[in-house]
Design a protein around this ligand. Structure first.
Ligand SMILES: CC(C)(COP(=O)(O)OP(=O)(O)OC[C@H]1O[C@@H](n2cnc3c(N)ncnc32)[C@H](O)[C@@H]1OP(=O)(O)O)[C@@H](O)C(=O)NCCC(=O)NCCS
Length: 317
């Protein structure tokens, strides 16, 4: 019999084991994911009463914990995110456990005017994906990963590749703004706070937080990829993973294989520097991303979102 309680310190030990078990289930299907002994801690959720646990007597069946809600998650409403390590369920009766957990969690969240919910599900956890789709969640962000094995490409004759520097700041600015503008259009509709200036780009280059790589046709840059350490998912934060955080090809050069060529060159560059894995996150409602990235990377998360009608808490007199 499933009973729902507030998530407390007493649940942490079993919950951590469940979360690791769920990660390892995904890793069995996506072997490019790094082997991990432990996932990020759950203490903050328990101490701040931001979670629920499903129990059968003394046995933990599942748990579901959310970040401190913040204003303006995917809109004007307050929202929160449930990270991949902050929820989990045993295999038996998993769908029912998630249904009950979300019902209890959503009740608390909506009572606190938290209307925008995002849950990071493992791509191959069929029961969890099914239940959140049934609860009105839609796919939005995807984390994907690959080993830095060679990518065979053809059709890049006359194209050269290299790491970009300050001398390329003008092109990188055009390309970075190009991504922002592209994502602001239909059907993505992601507000863009730019445009960035060349000085902003130089600042990014000088910080060392971002590494840029470009493809050149007759000495003119036509495409870029941006790389950084760390990502949003804990697997992307493993020291063995470098993460792609931006890609752009000038419209007139698209479809010629230039990004594939740059990506292939980058895999060699990473491998030679001892990085065995490369990650990327993208919005699946960006058609170009959805067509491009899965050719080379294996998705391992589905960042699913639900936007609740905020009028539910409006008191009509
Ligand atoms: C995504 C993007 C970088 C791809 O660049 P590109 O140079 O056109 O890609 P390539 O020509 O190297 O294509 C490589 C493969 O992906 C496929 N592909 C790339 N874009 C595609 C699209 N829009 N539709 C269908 N397939 C696409 C190609 O067909 C090719 O596959 P193939 O080898 O089987 O023929 C480019 O479309 C772009 O700049 N888009 C706007 C910005 C953006 O969305 N960036 C990604 C999010 S950060």
């Amino acid at each position: 019999m499933i009973k729902i309680y507030d998530f407390t310190i007493n649940h942490i030990e079993e919950a951590s084991k469940t979360a690791l078990m769920n990660y390892n289930e995904e890793r069995a299907v996506v072997p490019a994911l790094p082997a991990l002994n432990a996932l990020p801690g759950l203490e903050d959720y328990a101490k701040n009463n931001r979670g629920v646990a499903a129990m059968d007597g003394g046995k933990l069946l599942g748990f579901f914990c959310w970040h401190e809600p913040w204003d303006g998650l995917f809109g004007l409403s307050k929202g929160t995110c449930i990270e991949a390590h902050a929820h989990g369920a045993i295999k038996q009766n998993r769908a029912e456990i998630y249904d009950r957990l979300y019902q209890a969690a959503a009740e608390k969240l909506v009572a606190a005017d938290v209307f925008s919910h995002c849950v990071i599900l493992y791509e191959h956890n069929a029961e969890a994906n099914h239940i959140f789709a049934q609860n009105g969640f839609g796919r939005r962000c995807v984390d994907a990963i690959r080993e830095t094995t060679p990518i065979p490409v053809s059709g890049c004759e006359g194209i050269t590749f290299r790491q970009a520097g300050k001398e390329d700041a003008e092109f990188l600015t055009v390309a970075g703004n190009g991504v922002g503008l592209h994502l602001s259009k239909s059907p993505m509709f992601m507000p863009y706070s730019g445009p960035d200036t060349v000085d902003d780009t130089i600042e990014g280059l000088e910080s060392g937080d971002y590494l840029y790589f470009i493809a050149l046709e007759k000495d003119h840059p036509v495409a870029y990829l941006c790389l950084k350490e760390g990502g949003e998912h804990f697997a992307a934060n493993d020291a063995s993973v470098m993460n792609i955080c931006g890609a752009y090809t000038l419209p007139e050069a698209r479809g010629s294989g230039v990004s594939a060529g740059l990506l292939s060159w980058l895999m060699d560059w990473l491998r030679e520097r001892g990085y065995p894995r490369c990650g990327v996150d993208y919005e699946c409602f960006n058609y170009a991303s959805r067509k491009f990235w899965p050719k080379y990377f294996t998705p391992y998360t589905n960042g699913a979102t639900r936007r609740i009608d905020e009028r539910i808490n409006t008191r009509l007199s």
